[in-house]
Design a protein around this ligand. Structure first.
Ligand code: PMT
Length: 374
């Protein structure tokens, strides 16, 4: 704990929840009799500063060692993780960004920050990541041995698209983005460099993932097309609208006076997955089906030319669209694997393992090869 931390939380409460002794003072006579700060620095597998204020970031960037925290950070050879938390204007200040760049140069990993409501009443970047996110990124960094997607570039789509009818109406669907975001996190934890092209959803960007926001299917197609040349694995989780209104009206359409019926002409949207399968040798699609599920999914696998398709039987309302749980069947030309009902996170982890295996089979590589290539 730094001196400032003690203004927010007491040593006693932190000790109670951590179940560990809290160290605050560089000049703790008892601990320092055995060079306690050096012992702490050697003992740590990782050092995490959370929250990392603009002040502590500046002190670390300057190499100061004027309290226990900064001294341990200088004395350790363990990886240093900083989870910044500050007002959005402070975050955007050139000095703070310069300090962060110099810490990154020295090997520090910056976690976040997130965006949203801030304690000062403003909204924007500068919120500390949720503790669970910090733990997830750490777990990924500290996992031993080569990971299944080490160094691979993975491109995902997630969420719905919206196809405007007029300035106030659109055609869309119930996709929440939960399954696509869970897959993006699982790919990141498996060692991949992840880019996520997302339709309109209310989910924060997971740490360490590059996100491109789009609204319509055509915007999603353009964003994916631009990323494809650098992509090793494409995973199309988005529920893309197959059709869009043939024209978007500039003004709100008024109800016709003489008749209660109205007709909207629809045009077919470009097929993102089919295009990805032309360029990328490991393109994976999803198929949300309500009946004859296996037959329709197998048909999509052949029609779109992808390496595998993930069948999502959405006839059961407890899974699939906008639910926290899912159950899927991973279909390859050679056979199927069923992943039974579980949280979307667990389903995502299993799918990422299956996709990594498929990629290695198609490219004749082993995990070690991937790590060496990376
Ligand atoms: O977002 P959640 O609430 O978590 O829900 C997850 C999900 C149910 C949306 C997801 O698991 C899922 O099944 N996504 C695919 C939904 C779908 O509508 O599939 P489809 O059968 O219309 O399309 C088949 C595949 O082609 C999909 O990979 C889709 O991304 C892709 N596609 C479709 C049309 C189009 N123009 N371009 C495409 O790339």
């Amino acid at each position: 704990m730094t001196r400032s931390a003690a203004h927010f939380v007491t040593e006693t409460s932190l000790q109670a929840v951590a179940g560990q002794r809290v160290r605050r003072d560089l000049w703790d006579a008892e601990a320092e009799a055995a060079m306690g700060h050096i012992e702490l620095a050697r003992w740590a597998d990782a050092v995490v500063v959370a929250p990392a204020t603009a002040h502590v970031i500046a002190r670390l960037a300057a190499g100061l060692a004027d309290d226990l925290l900064t001294t341990v950070c200088l004395a350790t050879t363990a990886p240093l993780f900083l989870a910044p938390a500050m007002n959005r204007q402070m975050w955007e200040h050139r000095t703070v960004q310069r300090n962060l760049a110099s810490l990154k140069d020295a090997g520090a990993v910056i976690l976040g920050p997130g965006e949203g409501d801030q304690a000062c009443g403003e909204t924007g970047p500068g919120r500390m990541l949720e503790p669970a996110e910090i733990v997830a990124v750490l777990a990924g960094h500290l996992a031993q041995g080569p990971k299944p997607m080490d160094g691979l570039n993975v491109l995902l789509t997630a969420g719905p698209t919206r196809e405007p009818i007029d300035p106030v109406r659109y055609i869309s669907n119930h996709s929440s983005g939960k399954q696509g975001f869970a897959l993006a996190r699982a790919a990141r934890d498996a060692g991949a460099n992840v880019t996520l092209v997302s339709g309109p959803v209310g989910i924060e960007t997971p740490a360490g993932i590059r996100r491109i926001d789009v609204t319509t299917a055509r915007e999603m197609y353009a964003a994916v097309e631009a990323e494809l040349p650098e992509t090793d694995i494409f995973i199309g989780v988005a529920a893309v609208a197959d059709y869009r209104p043939e024209e978007m009206q500039d003004q709100k359409i008024k109800k016709p006076g003489d008749s209660s019926d109205m007709w909207i002409g629809l045009r077919e949207n470009p097929d993102i997955l089919a295009r990805a399968a032309e360029v990328c040798s490991c393109a994976i699609g999803f198929a949300a089906e309500t009946h004859d599920t296996l037959r329709h999914a197998r048909d999509k696998l052949a029609r779109k030319g992808c390496a595998a398709i993930v069948l999502n039987d959405v006839s059961d309302e407890d899974i699939g669209f906008d639910s926290d749980r899912n159950a899927v069947t991973f279909i390859e030309p050679s056979g199927e694997t069923v992943f039974p009902i579980d949280s979307k996170e667990t389903v995502a982890e299993k799918l990422i393992d299956a996709i990594a295996l498929l990629f290695r089979r198609r490219n004749n590589t082993t995990r070690g090869d991937l790590t060496r290539q990376a």
